[in-house]
Design a protein. Structure first.
Length: 364
């Protein structure tokens, strides 16, 4: 059974039982390692991506938890739209997506390399070859050149896709065992696993991410972050009167960011005449077929809206509560500033929206 997109998959399968999602955002200008067919789908891509990212690098993994049904969870790269991955990739300046593929020729240990980031791809070829690993250009049947491929959906619209042959992947683990139990045990990793991962690390370390100018890559303009902007005073959202009787305002950039996210989530698309697409269709979730689908719709909508209208914000968590009886939606959004690594990770903003779009006050 093949799923059309993540919405259909998540409505039919259960997080924590059928699949798991692991996500670690980067900060500022960063490189992302992602495995969208991890776990039992294309083992051991999750483990390789995590090793290449290190303890602090940006990393994403969508993992099938049941080897017997893993293949059915493999969304194609060109339609992969799991919200956390989409946002993480969209905010990254370099992206490496890890895949596994069957042997195109018998027992051939090779990595097929493709994607629109030709600079990083060339460096990876060089480092892998120097480390004794064979590489080849990916066949058209699974190459990563399409603009809609998740590897190319980053800031410069250019990433790298790695497809490791089955024989190569088996050579990285003791006894060639790629079962979920075997790859989960670090002691089963052979020296070749570390040699391979280190070669990718070296290649990634050679590409420029930030040269101190406003350009992430030659010809690519980097959005200005909050730290680049002059300190300004902004009216608080929701509107309030302060203790002096004046309009409540703040110069705190953290509070301003939270206020903007509050405003974004509390606005329905179409309410702002001059910005017709601004907002989140929160009330639409009241008419979803079940609570799981409603929660998924809200998460996706909030992530997409924040990525588009508030790129300086990193969404750490979203908790949505749909109360059909009361005709109300309550969304708890946890955000941090993308330009301040690890800052204010516990800052949340609760936004209540009644059916029809009326925003109601909720405690922070």
């Amino acid at each position: 059974m093949a799923y059309q997109n993540f919405r259909y998959l998540s409505a039919d399968r259960t997080l924590g039982i059928d699949y798991d999602i692991k996500n670690r955002y980067g900060s500022g200008t960063y490189l992302l390692h992602a495995a969208i067919h991890g776990g039992g789908i294309e083992p051991p891509t999750s483990q390789l991506a995590a090793y290449a990212a290190g303890d602090t690098g940006a990393w994403y993994s969508f993992e099938a938890l049941n080897d017997l049904t893993a293949d059915s969870l493999a969304l194609p790269s060109t339609v992969f739209d799991e919200p956390f991955c989409v946002v993480n990739a969209a905010n990254s300046s370099r992206t490496v997506v890890w895949h596994g593929v069957g042997d195109q020729r018998e027992a051939e240990q090779v990595t097929y390399i493709s994607g629109a980031d030709t600079v990083l791809a060339s460096l990876i070829v060089q480092e892998l070859n120097d480390a004794g690993f064979a590489t080849d250009r990916a066949p058209v049947s699974f190459e990563g050149e399409a603009p809609q491929n998740i590897c190319n959906r980053n800031k410069p619209r250019a990433g790298v896709q790695l497809d490791l042959s089955y024989s190569l992947r088996k050579s990285l683990y003791a006894s060639g065992d790629l079962s979920s139990t075997a790859i989960a045990a670090p002691e089963n990793r052979l020296p070749a696993f570390f040699a391979y991962g280190d070669a990718i690390r070296r290649a990634c370390a050679l590409v420029p991410l930030d040269d101190g100018t406003d350009d992430v890559l030659p010809g690519i303009t980097q959005p200005r972050t909050l730290s680049d902007q002059a300190v300004s005073t902004a009216m608080r959202t929701p509107f309030a009167i302060d203790h002096s009787g004046g309009v409540s305002a703040t110069t705190d950039e953290r509070e301003q960011l939270l206020d903007r996210v509050h405003s974004l989530v509390g606005t329905l698309p179409g309410e702002r005449v001059m910005r017709a697409t601004y907002g989140v269709p929160t009330s639409a979730s009241l008419f979803a077929i079940n609570s799981e689908v409603a929660n998924d719709q809200l998460q996706r909508a909030v992530l997409d809206a924040v990525a588009q209208f508030e790129p300086s914000a990193v969404v750490s968590a979203i908790v949505a509560d749909v109360n059909e009886a009361l005709g109300a939606v309550n969304v708890n959004v946890q955000v941090s500033r993308a330009d301040v690594p690890g800052a204010e990770l516990d800052n949340t903003r609760n936004v209540g929206v009644l059916v029809g779009g009326t925003v109601i006050s909720t405690p922070e």
